[in-house]
Design a protein around this ligand. Structure first.
Ligand code: RB5
Length: 143
């Protein structure tokens, strides 16, 4: 599975920590920026990540801004994107099980590193249930 990661300046530090953490486990996160802590605009990174997923260049995106709210809003503007803010362990599990999210979002200023890693791992270990949930996520992309 290919995983990409993107952040604005509010998520930059957490992005760097996650890249390093998963590198130690031999899991490469493709880094879509931002590459410095200088202020940037979260919509640019949410949309960049969304296009990356829609083009099939990654199977899952991790998107981070200060709260995770802005960058998930930006990504969700593109049809076919299901960006979910994983605000606790249950949302991490259900975002895969019921929503089959293709982008998971976090807050670099609002969430602790260990909580974020645990939620990513829960998400990755959970299976999408399909069935009635597939019918519901299909409705998200109707006109
Ligand atoms: C940037 O200051 C901040 O607004 C942004 O990172 C994010 O939290 C927006 O939702």
């Amino acid at each position: 599975m290919k995983i990409a990661i993107a952040a604005d300046h509010g998520g930059f530090a957490l992005k760097q920590q996650l890249i390093e953490h998963y590198q130690k486990k031999n899991v490469e996160l493709e880094d879509l920026g931002t590459y410095t802590p200088e202020p940037v605009d979260y919509p640019d990174y949410g949309v960049k990540m969304a296009r990356h997923i829609l083009d099939g260049r990654a199977d899952l995106g991790i998107a981070i801004c200060g709260t995770g709210v802005g960058i998930s809003m930006a990504a969700n503007r593109l049809k076919g994107i299901r960006a979910a803010l994983l605000y606790d362990d249950v949302s991490a599990q259900m975002a895969k099980k019921h929503n089959n999210a293709n982008i998971i979002a976090f807050g670099g200023r609002t969430m602790a590193f260990d909580d974020v890693v645990r939620r990513i791992d829960i998400f990755l270990q959970t299976e999408f249930e399909g069935g009635r949930h597939q019918k519901r996520i299909d409705k998200l992309d109707e006109e």
